[in-house]
Design a binder for this molecule. Sequence first.
Ligand code: SF4
Length: 432
Amino acid sequence: MTQLNEALEGRITPAMQQVAQKEGVAPEFVRQGVADGTIVIPCNNRRAGMVPSGIGAGLRTKVSASVGLYGNSATIDAEVQKIRAAVSAGAESIMDLSVSGKIDFMRRQTLTATSTPVGTLPLYQAIAEAAVQRGSPLHMTVDDLFDVIERQAADGVDFLALHCGTTMGVVQRAKEEGRVDPLVSYGGSHLIGWMIHNQVENPLYKHYDRVLEIARKYDVTVSLADGMRPGCVADSLDGAQVHELVILGELVRRAREAGVQIMVKGPGHVPLNHIEATITLQKSLCKGAPYFVFGPVVTDIGAGYDHVSGAIGGAIAAWAGADLICYVTAAEHIGIPDVAQVREGVIAARIGAHAADLAKGLDGAAEWDLQLSRARKDLDWKGQIALSIDPERAGELRRERSGESSSACAMCGKYCAMKVVAQYLGASERSC
Ligand code: SF4
């Protein structure tokens, strides 16, 4: 029985109980969300030692960080360090997107390095193995691809990102309409290259029942990835993107009928004025399935600062209903992030996620801000730092720029507004 089957039969599983407790909601709320498909709990039935996390409507907006082996200089140790940094900064999901090297070993290390849900994108490994074993990714067979999907599921991966909706029809539409950046999805571009070279339909679409069979066996959540993710704001909400989204809606329905939990992965580059429409379209076409958005970055010109662009997009997307934000790092579009950039990317995405939860009036979100504001008014530096989203950074800055012993900070010094207010309103600095 999958989590979805259990929910549909009215049973509250231990994973649903744990999610309810973490979120401060009733277990029945979580069960109903899973049954409706508006909440997913990625939790492979073979995964040992993981802490289930819920993603979806009525729950806190979550942040996911991606790591993985890319190129010759990547090492497993460095990627594991990034996982630890991401999780300690508050990432609640990790994607191992390794494209080269010892991919099986890396994935198993990832699964033991964190107790958060872990996702992978099996196509990356299938094309990497085809390049070595068959001389070219273009020679990958359908069975090669499904063997990797099953291998990753059997290892305990909690959610699998699969480009099931990138059909020949979608590719044709993109070709006819024209795009500024035709393809930016690494997996999508390899898949489309393979489809065009071999002149066959996307195997993940054609053999979707086979995908669902594996997902059901291990209770893996399917994350429908968008091959036509717009890679620049000019391509946002074009025909190819929306065509694929319509197909993803059909695949969401089939997954639910098969008892498989499903979420949808989204763009990409989205200008601010398209974010709400993008989320509304996805929620409508995919019948409320949780939406996992990549950022989105809201302008193409932020190279070096795309974590900022992503946090702006993530805040608005989550406010409009997105459920899981894939972080964007400062190295996006330029290179591979280091540990510090991974950490900073997670914090930036979390600020966006929390801003959205605050605006949505989610239980507990406003209380956090209120507590910090009170500590700020009281010039309670210990409290302010502890309540900051990144206490390590806030503490460092306090020590460096103001000195720990001063009651105000170096910004206004003796004209500190908090002190003045306390003096003139007749309250002590610590009690006002
Ligand atoms: S010195 Fe200025 S910035 Fe610093 S705590 Fe006082 S009012 Fe705030």
